[in-house]
Each structure stands twice: as structure tokens, then as C-alpha cells.
Design a protein around this ligand. Structure first.
Ligand code: BGC
Length: 761
């Protein structure tokens, strides 16, 4: 097994928050990601209000991007022409505080006390400092920030300044800064480097009753507006001046400060995209409303919202607070970064950084969606709606790729159109089609929401099934083969019969057929509509059934293992134990072709198939496969360790299951991948939840019924989680000797514990 660095808790262990008691400049950039606040629509990195010390402050709006021309040395047919990159929009949290003209900068003067905390129970980021100027004046300053779950357009701030040993003048400035740029790192292919200059043109700047900025992206003409208003709500005396600069607005307050009298400032900003006329008026009304309600109202709402979230997605590990902290931190960030309106999704880096350009990948359906499905199915449904709303783009893409029918979903996208420029590890990952179909099947099994299948799901299923029919072909032995694709393992590309792809495609084909039949029998009118809309013939779906049945699965008779693809096992083995540590991740140190020539694996591939469809494989088979592939896997992708943990649990490799799980659960908290500064790893975060529920809990759906096969790591005394299943809420509690299942809500249900029937009522 790969040796992971020992857990090195970067934060004090507390199951409900992350906190710092010391300012450490070298952690600043990474911690900007970890302390980010978001609500699925807006995300704000955890940068300090008074300035951007050593990192990169960022404010992002889900699905708001700028297009760019993808430059290729040699451009072939079907290569996407336009990229999409999430852009950093105006910074509205920025402030400046001066005492006697000495500007607050915690690297200067003396930082007497420092405390920062992001509390998962109320979603509020608080920082309190005591700072002494070089001339000896001391002040306590507290910063409170939230990105509202009540109004997705709103960021609220409360700032309190208390002079501790002086009376005098304090200057406070509040900014709306539209001069921001995206982050650049020329050496990392996972970072977009196209936007060296600002992507925006400012169209309107206004500073009177409130600040207002309207900007438009230079290339694609996408527009957003932001308004900001602040008010000193304590009884302090002050004079205010308003300024308008190029692309930037600010107000300056000169406040008469009195020793030990706190100056309290409330500040709200509101972001809107793509509004028609009246945007300024609309934003003004929203700001007024925010002031009527005030900070305390939003703080309370945030807490109530999160109380419900934690109740719905209850999870606790008794005996390991560091893991509980990791798991809850991850769930909190998933909630924060996921779009909930059917038109936005969750980027691989959430709304916390610019890595992978804010793109949505298969990470959503294969990892993140399950977490929501079993805890907040309505959010899972919205994520699936996103794929329905972008189905036409996938149909266009299939045509571009010379398919005669069907839809091909993009490997990377924001607006539904493919924008991956490196096709071997991009477009060639056709499995994304099957991943989406698999998520639909899971959604249907867990919610019984047949209406959704009839209204939206079925179109996705039909079009993805058609794509497989068009992409696959029969070999001379009558087996259905899918050639020249890339599976999940991106260190192996453009191969024939990737086992994972073939298996998932077969699922896609047969589920599509099953649903067509069901609609035909149960809702003949809808079936007629579908037939017309999709030009579906009476027989078409029988063909899909046949392809699924005849699907080819490569197997090595000598090794008695499933082969990752047709050619993988014939390549030489990459000697991972002889590869120096600094050469990892391999993708940053070797040309892709070098990697493609070896048996070396970036992330769970065949093992992922065995994790997602456990009933299709015997324990003995999984064990042999695991023993073989595990040694070749680098886990250079953060999507890997959670899957290895799940499968290790199944075959009784307790120590490995636990080690892989630790790595997953604290991937970002402890910066295991080394690039948390560019944003969270959302798939791995969700993988933590999967690791507990599907790994240790051994949960799976088989024959439309729920099965558990719980294990408990030595270090834990007990663990508990709740899931929603077919309109019930089930609580599962596992200790050293037994598992308890209770029905918290809903009709009686039969479930299985280690194969034995249990009637829940
Ligand atoms: C992984 C992909 C993943 C992407 C975004 C890559 O490193 O190989 O599977 O979709 O990151 O998370």
C-alpha cells in the first residue's frame, strides 16, 4: 500500500469547526480555501478583509464564466474551440482600517491576539484580533462574515472595532473593488492561465446612497452587477466621504473613537448576473431589505438552516474526533459549493478557488450526488436537472463527434458545452454518459420518483443509450465492444474495452430500456409523446438490451483477474517503489505518452466499478483484482483513496480501509494533495461520506432493497449516520458488537443486515 504521510492535524481537533489561534503566513493561501464561505451561488475565499496578504482573494458566482479561444498548435475536427473559465468577480468584503493614519496590517505593529473560526453549525466565519500600532495604540477588531442561505445573492458582514487604550480618530474604508484578476500559475496544467489581464469592462459605477458596479466580460459579454451598502450602527460620531475610482468605489469614514466603546459596522453586498434593466433599482431594494433585517437576522437564519442540514445528514464517529471534524468539514463545504437551481452544479473545486477553471466533471454524479441523494434528495434532483437542461448541448457534441444519434456529455463544462482541450484525458472519457445514467438510476431507486424519470430522466437515458449503440460495435465473436475510449484512470488512455466503461455502459443501456418499457406500460400517453419527441421506435430499446447482454468484459485467465482494458496487462509495470517522492504526482513530471506505455494507474478504475456495482463481483474476484491493481495505483487523483477504502472494507483489509479513509477524510484539511490553495477537492469530500456509509457501513442497493454489511475500525467505539430512502429516514448505529437500525420517519420497511432480513417499523 502507498505510504501516506502521517496525519498532521493542521487545526485543533474540534468536531464542529476549524479554528486558528495563531496567524501563520505560510498557511495563508491554503487556508483561504478552507475558510471559504459559500451558499451554492456565491463563494468567497477566506481572505482577510483588510487585505490580501500572501494568497489570492476570490469571489465567485456559480456558472459565471468568461469564454476564451482554446489555442492549439494543430487543431483537428471536433476539438472544442471555446473554453469557459470561472472568473473572479468584484471584491466586496474588502475594508481598510487606520488608527492615526497607521493602516491595519498584521505583519506590522504587534499582533497581540489572533483567533479565527469557521463554525459548521452556523456557517459564520469569525476573526478576532488585538492589534497594537507602532505608536502603541491597541484595538480589538472582530470580523464576521456569512454568505447567506436565506438570500443566495447576499453577503453579510459585521465588523466591530474597540479602542482598548485610547480616544482618537479611526478611519474606516469600505471598498467595492472591480480591479480583480484571476490567479495565474504557468507551471500547473490544472490552473487556467489565460486571463493575465482583467476580463471585465466596467459599464457603470455609482456611489451615492449605495455603491453599485456593473461589469461585462470583454469577450463573451456576460454581465453581472453588485451593490454594496454599509452603516455604522453604533452611536459613534463620524464624517463620511464617497469616492469613485477607475473600476473601484470606496467610502471613507472618519470616526471619533472612544476608549472601550465599540464601533459596529454592518455591511451587505448583493450580486446578480445577467439581469435585464432595473438592476440598480432591484439591488437597492435588496440592500434596503437586508438593512431592515440586519446582521442578527441573517446570523439566526444561517444557524437554523444549518441545523436542518446537520439533522438531515447526521453523522458521528465516537472515538475519533479528528475524523468527525474531517467528515463534517467536507459535508459543510459540499453544501456550500453545490448549485441548487438546476442550472448550476458543483465544480471540482467548488466555489472556493480557480483550479480546473470552475469546471463541472463526472465528480458530480459519481461522488457528490450520492451524498445529497441520501441526505437531501431535492438537491440531488437539481443536479440531475442540470444535465437535462444541458442535454441539447450534449446532442450537439455527439454530432460534432460524428455520431449519428444520441448525446455525448462533456467531460468538462460550465455551460453544457465541452471545453476540455486535451481529448485523451477529456472527451475520450465517454464513461461520463454512463455515470450520469447511473446517477439517474440511483436517484430513482432511492426516491421512487418516477415522475422525474418520465419528465426529464428518460430523455437523458434514451440519448445516452443511443450514443453507446453508435459508439460500440460487435466483434467477430458477437461481443459488444467499445473501442478507443479512456476510463477513469487518466494514466491509461485511448484503449479498447475499458472494463469500467463497458460495465457502466451496459447498466446505462439496460436501465434506459427498462424505463422505456415501464413508461410504455404505465403511462401510454407519455410514451406516445416521447415516441414523437425522440423519434423512438417500438423496437429500438430491445437493441439496447441486446448490447448490454452481449457486452464484452476483458479477463485474464492466467492471473484470474478482470483486465482494466484490452491491452493494459500486456504493458510493462511501472516501478512505483523506485520512483522518487518528488516525481509525484506523475502527471506533473512525465509526458502523458510515457505514462500510457506502462501499467501505472492514477486513480481507482476497475476497482471503482467494483465499488459502484458490488453485487456484480464475487468477494474472491474483488480480492484478486484489488491485490493486483492496488500496487499499481498512485492515487495521484484525490478521487481514488475513498474508493480503495470502500473496497478494502468489503474484502476485510481493515488496516488499509482505515488508512485510505483517513487520507480521504482530511484531504483538504491537511492538504494531502498539496494544492488545496487552488480549491477544495469536492469529489474526495463526498468520498468521505461514501467511505463511512458504503465502506464501513457496507450499504448497497440490490434488487431495489437496502443492504448493510457493517464493520467498525478498531479505533472507533461507535458510529452513527442517517439516510433517507424511499421517503423514510433510517438511523444506523454501529458499535463493536452490533448494528442498530431505527426508522425515524416513514412507513415500515424491510432491510438487510449481512444478508439477514430486518423489518423496520
Ligand atoms: C481526475 C478526474 C477528475 C478531475 C477533477 C482529475 O485529476 O483524474 O477524474 O474528474 O481531476 O476532479
Amino acid at each position: 500500500m502507498k505510504k501516506f504521510d502521517n496525519i498532521k492535524n493542521r487545526f485543533p481537533v474540534n468536531p464542529w469547526d476549524i479554528s486558528e489561534k495563531k496567524y501563520n503566513p505560510s498557511d495563508y493561501f491554503t487556508n483561504e480555501t478552507l475558510f471559504a464561505c459559500a451558499n451554492g451561488f456565491i463563494g468567497v475565499r477566506g481572505s482577510f478583509e483588510e487585505g490580501n496578504y500572501l494568497g489570492h482573494s476570490g469571489t465567485y458566482i456559480n456558472a459565471f464564466y468568461e469564454s476564451n479561444k482554446i489555442e492549439y498548435g494543430e487543431k483537428y475536427v471536433g476539438y472544442p474551440s471555446e473554453g469557459q473559465s470561472m472568473v473572479n468577480v468584484a471584491n466586496s468584503i474588502k475594508i481598510e482600517i487606520s488608527i492615526d493614519d497607521e493602516i491595519l496590517d498584521i505583519n506590522k505593529g504587534e499582533l497581540i491576539d489572533y483567533n479565527r473560526k469557521l463554525d459548521f453549525r452556523n456557517g459564520i466565519l469569525k476573526r478576532k484580533i488585538i492589534w497594537k500600532t507602532q505608536s502603541g495604540k491597541k484595538a480589538e477588531i472582530s470580523f464576521n462574515r456569512l454568505v447567506s442561505f436565506e438570500n443566495k445573492h447576499l453577503i453579510a458582514q459585521k465588523i466591530e472595532i474597540t479602542p482598548l487604550n485610547f480616544d482618537g480618530e479611526i478611519t474606516y474604508k469600505s471598498f467595492l473593488d472591480g480591479t480583480i484578476k484571476n490567479y495565474i500559475d504557468e507551471d500547473d496544467p490544472r490552473i487556467d492561465n489565460k486571463f493575465k489581464k482583467s476580463v471585465f469592462k466596467t459599464r457603470e459605477l455609482y456611489n451615492d446612497e449605495f455603491m453599485f458596479l456593473n461589469q461585462i466580460t470583454k469577450k463573451s459579454g456576460k454581465e453581472y452587477s453588485v451593490g454594496l451598502k454599509e452603516s455604522i450602527i453604533s452611536k459613534s460620531k463620524y464624517k463620511v466621504k464617497k469616492y469613485k475610482d477607475t473600476d473601484k468605489l470606496y467610502n471613507e469614514y472618519r470616526i471619533k473613537a472612544k476608549k472601550e466603546k465599540t464601533i459596529t459596522i454592518e455591511k451587505f453586498s448583493v450580486y446578480y448576473t445577467e439581469m435585464n434593466y432595473l438592476k440598480k433599482q432591484k439591488i437597492e431594494v435588496e440592500l434596503e431589505k437586508a438593512f431592515e433585517k440586519g446582521w442578527d437576522y441573517y446570523e439566526k437564519f444561517q444557524k437554523e438552516y444549518l441545523e436542518k442540514f446537520w439533522n438531515d445528514s447526521y453523522i458521528k464517529i465516537d472515538g475519533d474526533d479528528a475524523l468527525t471534524q474531517g467528515i463534517r468539514f467536507n459535508m459543510f463545504h459540499l453544501l456550500q459549493s453545490t448549485g441548487k437551481d438546476g442550472y448550476t452544479n458543483i465544480g471540482a473545486k467548488g466555489l472556493t478557488g480557480e483550479g480546473y477553471e470552475g469546471h463541472y466533471f463526472w465528480d458530480t454524479e459519481t461522488y457528490v450526488l450520492s451524498f445529497f441523494l441520501y441526505t437531501q434528495p431535492e438537491t440531488a434532483k437539481k443536479l440531475l436537472e442540470f444535465r437535462y437542461n444541458t442535454l441539447d448541448a450534449a446532442r450537439d457534441r455527439a454530432k460534432e463527434m460524428s455520431h449519428t444519434k444520441g448525446a455525448l456529455y462533456p467531460w468538462r463544462t460550465i455551460n453544457g458545452y465541452e471545453c476540455s482541450s486535451y481529448y485523451p484525458a477529456g472527451t475520450a472519457q465517454y464513461h461520463i454518459n454512463a455515470d450520469i445514467a447511473f446517477a439517474l438510476k440511483q436517484y430513482y431507486q432511492v426516491t421512487d420518483d418516477f415522475d422525474f424519470i418520465k419528465s426529464m430522466g428518460i430523455e437523458i437515458l434514451v440519448e445516452t443509450a443511443r450514443l453507446w449503440e453508435d459508439a460500440g460495435s460487435y466483434n467477430s465473436e458477437g461481443q459488444f465492444c467499445i473501442n478507443c475510449v479512456t476510463g477513469p484512470d487518466e494514466y491509461t488512455a485511448l484503449i479498447n474495452n475499458n472494463y469500467y466503461t463497458n460495465l457502466m455502459a451496459a447498466e446505462n443501456l439496460s436501465f434506459a430500456s427498462e424505463m422505456v418499457e415501464k413508461i410504455k406500460t404505465e403511462s401510454p400517453e407519455i410514451y406516445q409523446e416521447l415516441k414523437n419527441k425522440l423519434k423512438l421506435s417500438e423496437e429500438e430499446h430491445f437493441g439496447w438490451e441486446k448490447h448490454a447482454e452481449k457486452m464484452f468484459y476483458p479477463y485474464d485467465e492466467k492471473l484470474k483477474i478482470n483486465a482494466q482494458d484490452d491491452s493494459f496487462l500486456s504493458k510493462p509495470i511501472w516501478e512505483l517503489d523506485k520512483t522518487p517522492k518528488e516525481k509525484f504526482p506523475l502527471l506533473l513530471n512525465y509526458h502523458p505518452l510515457v505514462l500510457y506505455r506502462y501499467q501505472v494507474i492514477k486513480q481507482a478504475d476497475l476497482i471503482l466499478a467494483e465499488a459502484l456495482l458490488p453485487h456484480k463481483f464475487s468477494d474472491e474476484q474483488v480480492k484478486r483484482d484489488y491485490d493486483y491493481y492496488e500496487k499499481l495505483t498512485t492515487h495521484d487523483s484525490s478521487l481514488s483513496t475513498c474508493i480503495y477504502s470502500i473496497v478494502a472494507n468489503r474484502i476485510g483489509y481493515e488496516k488499509e480501509a482505515y488508512e485510505y479513509f483517513i487520507n480521504t477524510s482530511r484531504t483538504d484539511l491537511d492538504n494531502y494533495q498539496g494544492n488545496t490553495k487552488d480549491g477544495i477537492h469536492s469529489a474526495s469530500m463526498a468520498g468521505t461520506w461514501l467511505g463511512v456509509v458504503m465502506g464501513f457501513g457496507g450499504m448497497k442497493i440490490y434488487n431495489n432493497e437496502l443492504h448493510f454489511d457493517p464493520k467498525i475500525p478498531e479505533k472507533w467505539n461507535e458510529y452513527t449516520f442517517k439516510i433517507k430512502f424511499k421517503n423514510r429516514i433510517i438511523k444506523v448505529k454501529v458499535d463493536k458488537t452490533k448494528a442498530d437500525y431505527s426508522l425515524e420517519k416513514g412507513e415500515p420497511l424491510t432491510i438487510y443486515n449481512k444478508g439477514n432480513k430486518i423489518e423496520l417499523s
